[in-house]
Design a protein around this ligand. Structure first.
Ligand SMILES: [Zn+2]
Length: 77
């Protein structure tokens, strides 16, 4: 039996960032991409020049171990 890594729902929280509209990076907001001088509708934004961005952030809380975690020098408290 292998060790199963599972997110503890009591120590983890998922934060959903509301969907926002951003300029399409594929076409630079123009909605068209030129290939060999011919305009083609951008498939990333479907020609609108804008895309919707959705993201979610998972935060996990775990115990800080003095002498172990502060020895790493990476964490800033
Ligand atoms: Zn686009």
């Amino acid at each position: 039996m292998g060790k199963v890594m599972k997110l503890d729902p009591m120590k983890s929280s998922v934060r959903y960032v509301p969907t926002r509209v951003a300029v399409c990076k594929e076409c630079g907001g123009k909605g068209v991409i030129y290939t060999d001088g011919k305009p083609f509708k951008c498939t990333s934004c479907n020609g609108s020049g804008r895309v919707k961005v959705t993201c979610q952030v998972i935060s996990t809380v775990s115990a800080f171990v003095p002498g172990k975690d502060d020895a790493e020098g990476e964490l800033t408290v």
